[in-house]
Write a protein that binds this ligand. Structure first.
Ligand code: GLU
Length: 446
């Protein structure tokens, strides 16, 4: 088996060795899915995983825009249309200076498995730009978004490809892109998700990724007769996912003691309550400020410059910032400090060696493609509401989200149950693989 996996990786590596994040995602999937393929005759001789890791199409384009000083700026835009076997391409757009093809291909590949796990009919894609919204005026962000959409609109549509937000793309950016799409196409359709409520958005969409991550943690804990109630939680990040993960933890009576951003980490031993979380939400969403402002407002808290939260003693860790933000040493400290559960809110935040430590110590560990699937799941519900020209209540969407997270947990149990623990990574990869692979086989070699 080891040889089969090595041969596969080296074949993929020939064309993609310059894309480390993409290769990291491929390896992680191959290690659990290839043994499954070997055990099932129907997948033999079909090169099915080889076909799955190759994007159906990659679009790359120039984005010109004029900044507030009248200078012409040039960015690069992308859309990776990864897999359309079970539905239109679906996945977020990321605006961040680190964006490149490797990162978008890893995200698009994760999205194939994640979207399949949601049980909704969504293919997978990912896109974005190396544009940095940080420090830009509203007008600059609008002009960039309009220019980006002036190219992207040709390749997307409600039955073709439905982008959404990701890092650096929230309600504001979705609004500007939607406006431009509508103007160019002369039609009002559900071409993007994460829209505003009065123009086709879904209730609970902003909350969905964070809430879902916590629902998944609660499912894992319940499975071992435990619960989140009364637990101490550290969360990395302070953007959309982290904020609503914190909100759900507080609602479920857990104590959140840490959040962070790229400048450092705040530690509040008394716990971040609803009032304090509202301060962070205003700071980040309205004032677009930095997390250290928190300690000015709440002086009992401390700020650790350039630090992540993983050294702080906790029961539960929720990495909700970005890829590869938690390494082997961090994992060792978490275990030493008694952490029992890690539920990924971000995509691939734990490095492979950190995951090994979690598995070796048999703690509850959920990969993002399972635990953060709530965001895209509610995007799927937004698409359904747009098609129906109807909108469901908060309670309806939240209960569907809870149900979907429970279903994903069950799928992980079915395929990930080992002798004395659940390998959620294996379970998520195999369950996600089956639906897409079967659809691809049924549709022939196309
Ligand atoms: N960017 C989010 C993710 O990583 C959401 C994608 C979507 O809603 O389409 O799943």
């Amino acid at each position: 088996m080891k040889k089969i996996i090595e041969n596969f990786i080296s074949e993929i590596d020939k064309k993609n060795s310059h894309e480390p994040e993409f290769m990291q995602a491929v390896k992680e999937i191959a290690e659990t899915v290839l043994p499954y393929i070997v055990s099932k005759d129907i997948y033999h001789g079909k090169n099915i995983l080889m076909r799955m890791v190759e994007p159906e199409r990659v679009l790359m384009f120039r984005v010109n825009w004029v900044d507030d000083n009248g200078e012409i700026q040039v960015n690069r835009g992308y859309r990776v249309q990864m897999n359309s076997a079970i539905g239109p391409y679906k996945g977020g757009l990321r605006f961040h200076p680190t964006v490149n093809l490797s990162i978008l291909k890893f995200l698009a590949l994760e999205q194939v498995f994640k979207n399949s796990l949601t049980t909704l009919p969504m293919g997978a894609g990912k896109g974005g730009s190396d544009f940095d919204p940080k420090g830009k005026s509203d007008g600059e962000v609008m002009r960039f978004c309009q220019s980006f959409m002036t190219e992207l609109y040709r390749y997307i549509g409600p039955n073709t490809d439905v982008p959404a937000g990701d890092i650096g793309v929230g309600g504001r950016e979705i609004g500007y892109m939607f406006g431009q799409y509508k103007k160019l196409k002369k039609e009002f359709t559900g071409v993007l998700t994460g829209k505003g409520l009065s123009w086709g958005g879904s209730l609970i969409r902003p909350e969905a990724t964070g809430y879902g991550t916590v629902y998944f943690a609660e499912n894992m804990l319940n499975h071992v007769s435990n619960s989140i109630k009364g637990k101490t939680v550290v969360i990395s990040g302070s953007g959309n996912v982290a904020q609503y993960a914190a909100e759900k933890c507080i609602q479920l009576s857990a104590k959140v003691i840490s959040m962070s951003d790229s400048s450092g980490t705040i530690y509040d031993s008394e716990g971040i309550d609803t009032e304090k979380l509202n301060f962070i939400m205003d700071l980040k969403n309205v004032n677009r400020g930095r997390i250290h402002e928190y300690v000015k407002k709440y002086p009992k808290a401390v700020f650790f410059k350039n630090k992540t939260p993983w050294e702080i003693k906790c029961d539960i860790a929720l990495p909700c910032a970005t890829q590869n933000e938690l390494n082997e040493d961090d994992a060792k400290i978490l275990i030493k400090n008694g952490c029992i559960c890690v539920s990924e809110g971000a995509n691939m935040p734990c490095e492979p060696n950190a995951i090994k430590i979690f598995k070796h110590n048999k703690i509850l560990y959920a990969p993002g493609k399972a635990s953060n699937a709530g965001g895209v799941a509610v995007s799927g519900l937004e698409m359904a509401q747009n098609s129906l020209r109807y909108s469901w209540s908060r309670e309806e969407v939240d209960s569907k989200l809870k149900e979907i997270m429970k279903d994903i947990h069950n799928s992980c149990l079915i395929h990930g149950q080992e002798k004395d623990y659940v390998n959620y990574e294996k379970g998520a990869n195999i369950a996600g693989f089956i639906k897409v692979a079967d659809a691809m086989l049924a549709q022939g070699v196309v």
